[in-house]
Write a protein that binds this ligand. Sequence first.
Ligand code: CMP
Length: 145
Amino acid sequence: MERTLVILKPDCVWRGLIGEVIKRFEDEKFNVIALRMLHLSAEEAGKFYAVHQGKEFYERLTEYMFGSPIVSMVLEGEKVILRIRELIGATDPKDAVSGTIRKKYALSGLMNVVHASDSLEAAREEIAFFFDEDAIFHYQRREGS
Ligand code: CMP
């Protein structure tokens, strides 16, 4: 089973969209196997997005991501990395396909509701950034009452 790291960004939390977005993931039968609300420090935000250092939006991105509550989580499921990226849609809502989370909710290319890992290696690193292995759980989905 594959795992990915998802962050519900400040604009998701501010606008009361936490439940809405998690429901989209659960409806697709992905299991939330770790969950945490936190503030990133400026240093942590810079470190998490270090791959974007030097890009024109880097400062705006780290400022936006630090000091406001975010929710980080690990999702598990078949091909979860690719499928969650498809479900959230393109970075900029102008480019996102209809029906995707960012098309429906993102305010801009910066304030785009949700982050998700883009590769197996990124998922491994990003999960370790937020969670120790003992904070990650396992369970089977059971349907019905
Ligand atoms: P995310 O999927 O978290 O990955 C990097 C983030 O940088 C991205 O979502 C956006 O929040 C931000 N970002 C990427 N490209 C741009 C851009 N052109 N302008 C502003 N912000 C951007």
